[in-house]
Every structure is written in C-alpha cells, then in structure tokens.
Design a protein around this ligand. Structure first.
Ligand code: P6P
Length: 344
C-alpha cells in the first residue's frame, strides 16, 4: 500500500528550518505563522467578496465599491493586528498607511524584525474575480533592541531582507515565502485550515515563453522599451518564439505565474508614471528577493532592484523581473549591457 507522503504544514516547515539554524530564536517562524493567520482571515473575506459581487450586480454598485474599499482596510487591519499582538515585530509600514507604525510596547520593542507589506494588492480586480494578493518583506532592525523601532529600520536596501513572501488568493490560496535558504510554496487546505507544503524549493526557469506588460501604455514607454516589446512580439521559432503576452493587472498573479513557469514581467516608467507605478519597498523588493533566491533577476532598468537605497517609504520604481536570461536580454536592449549584480 502506497504510504502517503507526510504533508508538512507551514508551521512544521518553518520550525524544521529553525531547528537547522544554530542560535536561531524562532522569532521568524512565529512571524511567518502570524502573517499566515492574517492571510487565512483575509482569504475568507476575499472569497465572500464574490458574493457581494452577485449582490452588487443587483445594481447596488456602491455597496460593491465600499465592499472592495473595506476589503483593503480589512486586510490591512488583519496584518497590523497579528503583527502588533505577536512577539516578533517591532513595527510595520503598509501601502495603506502614510507613515510607519511603531508598536512601542515592551515585547514589540524587544523584537528584532520589522515588516513592510501591501495588504491587498490588485484589489480593484476583485469585481472581475482576478486573483489578488498580499505581499510582505521582513527586515532585521538596525536600531537597538529594547527601544522603539525607527525609520532607518525600514529604509534599508532590499538586499537586507531576511525573508519575503506573498499570498495569492486565486483558484487556490497559496502562501509563498523565501529566505536565503530557498523559496517554498504552501497551499491552503481548507479541511484543516493549514497551509501545506505543495511547491518545495521553487526555482524560476532561466527562460520562459510568456512576457507580461500593459500594452495599453505602449505609446507612453521610452523608445528602448518600445523596441524591446517589438522584439518580443516578432521572435521567430529560431529565436525561441513565438512568445505569449499575458497581463492580468494583478502583480501577485502575474509574478506567481512568472516564478513558476518562467517569463518576464515589466512595469516600465510611463509619461503618466515617470518614476514607475509599482512601490519599491512592499511590492518590488519582496518579489525581487524571492525571484533572485529562485534563480531569477529583478532590475529597475538602471539598477538591481535589491541595490536601490529607498529615500522614503512609498518610493516607486520601474521593474523588469523574471527569468534570468529574459531579464538579461531586456537589459541588453535597454542599456546595451547587463546590470552587474553588486554583491554586498
Ligand atoms: P495598470 C494593481 O493596481 C497594481 O498595483 C499591480 O498589482 C498591477 O501589476 C498594476 O498595478 C497594474 O497597473 O496601470 O497596468 O492597471
């Protein structure tokens, strides 16, 4: 009789990892468990939003709008709540909040991590049932333990992330996170209410057949970007073509596909968004960290994403991210050279 492989839950996995690291305190495992709890609660409400949609189709569209709006706030409050009431986080920065939130209680001040997150990215897609997600990055504090966290704890290079991850609320709900030891994916088993290891040691293929960019902004892109898009659209069989173009308007959905299948996701700067649209600290840095650990690359076009020193919490950046060879080809077209990966 075939023995069912023991399915590891997220908690079992993170504790297994923690036991491998000498002097580890288990704070990171606890932090990830807290975020996963928030994700489970957000998942319930995201799924209900579909029902609101049905009600909304009865012509109560403002309810639908308020529901979506409330959903962003609900997700933010869930993330804030689990982290503030946990024992592993000194403070947070959220896409939904202008300033950092310093928890400033005795336990939180002793915590060695801060977390930056986008609680519900792509939420405008809920009314069309497109997958949306939560994105987070974890940093070790640079300020003294035992004191409240400070802005410098947040304004660090993305390279300094200790861990980063996302939750994709889609056909199934997945929790994917990376540490320097690897990228692992966990699928929510509603029957036991646990995220279970389903995608161990995820690697981003060096090449892919899918490129992801909003073609509607073509006229707003710089000429070098237009030239590269034209090149992708005209690849012959001999050049690895033809390629497929996919863009869902939900970064988490597009980047989850890119991570698993390979490909290239681009959000270049536009005349409308001259610094790019996507946020450096809680959208681009977490995915850049995950992608690099998985063997991919992530660049702003001028710099490795993880090497960008943020000026403020809500900085934006252009991003070209995905399969290593596709990012390199993109950078050669944009700049005529590959951006060196300056190790720190
Ligand atoms: P556009 C969603 O609003 C988001 O922040 C990302 O999830 C997504 O990749 C991007 O914006 C889509 O932006 O301008 O193409 O609709």
């Amino acid at each position: 009789m075939a023995v069912r492989r023991q399915i590891l839950t997220l908690d079992e996995f993170t504790i297994q990892q923690y036991r491998k690291i000498p002097n580890a305190t288990g704070e990171l495992s606890t932090l990830l468990r807290d975020i996963a709890l928030a994700a489970k609660r957000i998942n319930v409400e995201v799924n209900k939003a579909g029902l609101v949609d049905i009600i909304g189709d009865a012509g109560i569209t403002n309810v639908q709008g308020e529901a979506v709006k409330k959903l962003d706030v609900f997700a933010n409050n869930q993330m804030l709540g689990v982290l503030q009431n946990g024992i592993s986080c000194a403070g947070i920065c959220s896409e939904e909040m202008d300033d950092m939130v310093v928890f400033n209680d005795e336990m939180s001040n002793r915590s060695k991590y801060v977390v930056m997150f986008d609680p519900l990215d792509g939420s405008s897609n809920i009314d069309t049932n497109v997958s949306i997600g939560t994105i987070f990055g974890v940093y070790r504090r640079v300020s003294e333990l035992g004191t409240p966290c400070v802005m410098a704890d947040f304004l660090q290079y993305g390279l300094k992330q200790v861990a980063a991850g996302y939750v994709v609320y889609g056909s199934s709900t997945m929790f994917v996170y990376a540490t320097r030891r690897g990228v692992n994916g966990f699928t929510l088993d509603p029957s036991i209410g646990e995220f279970c290891l389903s995608h161990p040691e995820i690697k981003c293929p060096d090449d892919g057949k899918i490129y992801s960019v909003n073609g509607g902004y073509y006229s707003q892109y710089k000429n070098n970007v237009k030239n590269f898009i034209n090149r992708l659209q005209n690849k012959t069989k001999q050049e690895g073509g033809p390629l497929t173009q996919r863009f869902t308007g939900s970064m988490v959905a597009d980047l989850h596909r890119t991570l698993i299948k390979g490909g290239l996701f681009m959000y270049p700067l536009t005349t409308e968004n001259p610094h790019g649209k996507l946020r450096l600290m809680y959208e681009c840095n977490p995915f850049a960290f995950i992608m690099e650990v998985a063997g991919g690359k992530a660049s702003s076009g001028d710099s490795r994403i993880l090497d960008i020193l943020p000026a403020s919490l809500h900085d934006r950046t252009p991003i070209f991210i995905g399969s290593k060879n596709m990012v390199d080809e993109c950078l050669e077209e944009l700049n005529g050279r590959e951006t060196p990966n300056a190790e720190r």
